[in-house]
Design a protein around this ligand. Structure first.
Ligand code: DDH
Length: 286
């Protein structure tokens, strides 16, 4: 048990659970990033509903959304940390875990502030269907991300998270990794999106995705229809090109957009403290 507010102690323990030799590609990192994204990515700016506050995914109404299939793995990885530092809210723990994991996987430092609570406000509960569907195209992507208040540039930057992890048939119906080394954060996703020739493939379950086959690779690489929609769209495509050419620019824009994602729906005063809740001061920036 650490002192309440000692987020460095929590971060140190998160680092220790990232290495998971029996799981996927040996890292809990990618699925932790996805947990934070799905907890925050339900936000609707117009109605001020959804978002990471409340950690609603612990309950069936939100956790049972089929878009969240597989994220129980991430929550199970984090449970021993919650037991050791019981003062931290799940909502803060999930978002902090992604920030720590991204940094450990070679990604940028993302500004993170605490203060989310686990109080589930039923009037803020997001309806199902707020998260993106990989089988769709650019219109759908805009519909989902404009609702949260993101621009086209931020959408492309955030999509670069698919440099991490893989798709699992028993979770989303899609299959395979986007890049050959999906436990290191990089701009490879943007590079290979334009450089490689992607072929449509129908999986045994009838789901359509795009694949790249190369004898030198251990397995086929995969792209979702939504991933490749980024290179076909005239407003998204220039950002794909910029991020493919300039890793530092991508890291900078990704860090800003991911930081914004984690703050959706959180009201803070000028000192960064969350309004109207008993919150813990401090932050995690190092
Ligand atoms: Fe994603 N994502 N995502 N994604 N995502 C999947 C996995 C991961 C879409 C669909 C899928 C973002 C945007 C989109 C991560 C992070 C982010 C999977 C596979 C699907 C499907 C799930 C599975 O089978 O296990 C779609 C569609 C979009 C979209 O923008 C249109 C964003 C914005 C992020 C982010 O973090 C900012 C990560 C990481 C994974 C890998 C998870 C894992 O277990 O590995």
């Amino acid at each position: 048990m650490s002192k309440p507010g000692d987020f460095e102690a929590v971060a140190a323990d998160i680092r220790k659970i990232l290495h998971q030799p029996e799981y996927d590609d040996g890292s809990a990192g990618p699925v932790l990033v996805r947990l934070a994204w799905h907890s925050a990515g339900t936000y609707c700016a117009e109605t001020d509903t959804g978002g990471s506050n409340g950690a609603g995914m612990r309950y069936e109404a939100e956790g049972g959304d089929e878009a969240n299939a597989g994220l129980q793995h991430a929550r199970v990885f984090l449970e021993p940390i919650k037991e050791r530092h019981s003062w931290i809210s799940y909502a803060d723990l999930w978002t902090l875990a992604a920030v720590v994991a991204l940094k450990e996987m070679g990604g940028p430092q993302i500004k993170w502030l605490p203060g989310r609570t686990d109080y589930v406000d039923d009037s803020k509960l997001p309806p199902r269907g707020r998260l993106p569907d990989g089988a769709q195209g650019a219109d759908h992507i805009r519909f989902i991300f404009y609702r949260m208040g993101f621009t086209d540039q931020e959408i492309v930057a955030l999509s670069g998270a698919h440099n991490l992890g893989r798709m699992h048939m028993d979770r989303s119906g899609f299959h395979g990794p986007w890049v050959p080394n999906g436990t290191r954060f990089n701009n490879t996703y943007f590079k290979i999106m334009t450089e490689y020739e992607w072929k449509e493939k129908t999986l045994d379950n009838g789901v359509k995705q795009f694949v790249y086959v190369d004898e030198d690779l251990d397995e086929e690489l995969a792209m979702l229809p939504t991933d490749l929609a980024l290179v076909k769209d005239e407003s998204f495509a220039p950002w794909v090109k910029k991020y493919a050419e300039d890793k530092d620019l991508f890291f900078d824009h990704f860090a800003k957009a991911f930081g914004k994602l984690l703050e959706l729906g959180i009201q803070r005063d000028a000192n960064g403290n969350v309004k109207n809740t008993d919150n813990v001061k401090g932050g995690y920036h190092s």
